[in-house]
Design a protein around this ligand. Structure first.
Ligand code: ATP
Length: 462
């Protein structure tokens, strides 16, 4: 099924408690969104899936959680104070600001030109200024005095906390090259282009890993290093397909052109997704060379190097960085999971076909109806399930409507307790429940004593 349009997803996300426009009662705030009860579960599951693949299942990668607000020299050393800029133009009439490169890509709607062919303001047709470089980092101040020395920055990426801790981690964990350090957390960028839902926001979560390896013998011909770059590109692409469940035909790799490369990169390949408006970046895998470690070593006066016991010399490792956007991946899971199809009665149903590991709620426990006789057993079943999986208990409205609601939030399994379970008219019940599968809508009856095993079989290790 082709991906749905964005409005459908935005509206479902709000209606069902995934993502809300931020501060809506005050008219919202451009490029800011709040995550609701289901949104945070979905986000946690994607983060967990990433951590599992990148850290838990590997011997060579460890985690880190560095401070967000830190010594501003970090951002001087990384090159962000000087280089983390975007070209901005202003409208001379309405004073609105636009990103010059996004204007040319049509991100503000139809491209309007004057008689000379120059792009004009998409708002009122006014003449635009020449592009000026604008730093995208948010500034704040630390301490009681508001002078230049108090300036600090909100991090625009997670990587630098990793680089400045390279020595701490290598020493404390006794790591030998090659090894990686992974981190997931929020980053901030002063994005002025109106975002498309959570695709581009002021704050967003990133999942980044810096993989440190031996420097190449010949800087100009780093064949092994480029091979390692390729290896990580493939690992990451496979993760989106096999773990998150994204259709391969809506994913592609794109190598950056030379003039597009970030200030630190010797080569970057993006994993792109076919969004409803076209291809857009989901993750960048950058070959950062020794740029960051060398630069922080030089600026701080404390060389960040590694003692290579094989060659008996200090070397500055080179780095491959897979940098993924958690919030963007979340948007993609919603787009990918959205399905409309006939239900048991041939009526249209909306289903979010999340993989079980990604689904916010794994099991819904539903008594057939709101009834005193059913409730104690239904609660017993719920208590059995909830320590093991994120579960929901719901007894209001007809069972059909409750199935629809669970379909619409992507719950893989519903467990129904009925009168046969508890027994009727003096007859003993069978103490069995019905498991209903979201995708096939098939129903099977299992004894409560075997329920956990039956759920585990269907949910896997999620
Ligand atoms: P773009 O060109 O789309 O602005 P970028 O190339 O600047 O992205 P990177 O610096 O490579 O992005 O960051 C790595 C990942 O972080 C991106 O692939 C994306 O998933 C995510 N990301 C970056 N900026 C934002 C943002 N403003 N909102 C949400 N996610 C973002």
């Amino acid at each position: 099924m082709p991906a749905p349009d964005l409005e459908t997803i935005v509206s479902l996300a709000k209606r069902r408690g995934f993502v809300f426009p931020s501060a809506e009662i005050y008219g919202g705030f451009a490029n800011a969104y709040d995550y609701g009860p289901l949104g945070i579960e979905l986000k946690r599951n994607i983060r967990e899936a990433w951590w599992r693949s990148m850290v838990r299942e590997r011997d060579d990668v460890v985690g880190l959680d560095a401070a967000l607000i830190t010594n501003p020299q970090v951002w001087v050393g990384s090159g962000h104070v000087a280089n983390f800029t975007d070209p901005l133009v202003d409208c001379k009439k309405c004073q609105r600001r636009f990103r010059a490169d996004h204007l040319e890509e049509g991100a503000y709607g139809e491209i309007i030109r004057d008689a000379n062919g120059n792009i004009v303001c998409p708002n009122d047709g006014g003449e635009l200024t020449e592009p000026r470089q604008f730093n995208m980092m948010f500034r704040t101040q630390v301490g009681p005095v508001a002078d230049e020395s108090a300036i600090a920055y909100l991090p625009p990426e997670t990587a630098q906390g990793i680089f400045v801790n390279f020595d701490n981690v290598a020493q404390s964990m006794r790591k030998k090259l090659p090894f990686g350090i992974a981190q997931t957390r929020v980053s901030f960028r002063n994005e002025i282009t109106p975002g498309r839902f959570i695709f581009r926001t002021l704050e967003f979560e990133q999942m980044e890993m810096e993989y440190f390896c031996r420097p190449p013998k010949d800087r100009n011909n780093p064949a092994e290093y480029l091979e390692l770059h390729r290896h990580w590109i493939n690992e990451r692409l496979n993760w989106y397909i096999n773990v998150v469940g994204i259709a391969p035909e809506r994913l592609r790799l794109r190598d950056h052109d030379k003039d597009e490369l970030s200030h630190y990169s010797a080569g970057t390949t993006d994993i792109e997704y076919l969004f409803p408006w076209g291809w857009g970046e989901l993750e960048g895998i950058a070959a950062r060379t020794d740029f960051d470690l060398s630069s922080h070593g030089a600026l701080s006066g404390k060389p960040l190097s590694y003692f290579d016991e094989e060659t008996n010399e200090h070397v500055v490792p080179w780095v491959i960085e897979p940098a993924a956007g958690l919030s963007r991946t979340l948007a993609v899971t919603l787009l990918e999971a959205y399905t409309e199809e006939p239900d048991e009665k041939g009526e249209n149903r909306v289903v979010l076909k999340f993989r079980p590991n990604i689904a916010p709620i794994k099991v819904a426990v539903l008594p057939l109806s709101k009834n005193e006789v059913l409730r104690p057993t239904a609660r017993r079943v719920y208590d059995l399930v909830r320590p093991l999986w994120m579960a929901q208990y719901d007894e209001t409205q007809s069972i059909g409507r409750r199935y629809r609601r669970q379909d619409e939030i992507g719950t893989p399994l519903c467990v129904t307790v009925d009168f046969q379970t508890v027994g009727e008219k003096g007859e003993a019940g069978d103490d069995a429940v019905t498991i209903r599968e979201r995708d096939s809508q098939a129903q099977v009856r299992v004894p409560i004593s075997g329920l956990v095993a039956a759920l585990r079989e269907r949910l896997g290790s999620s």
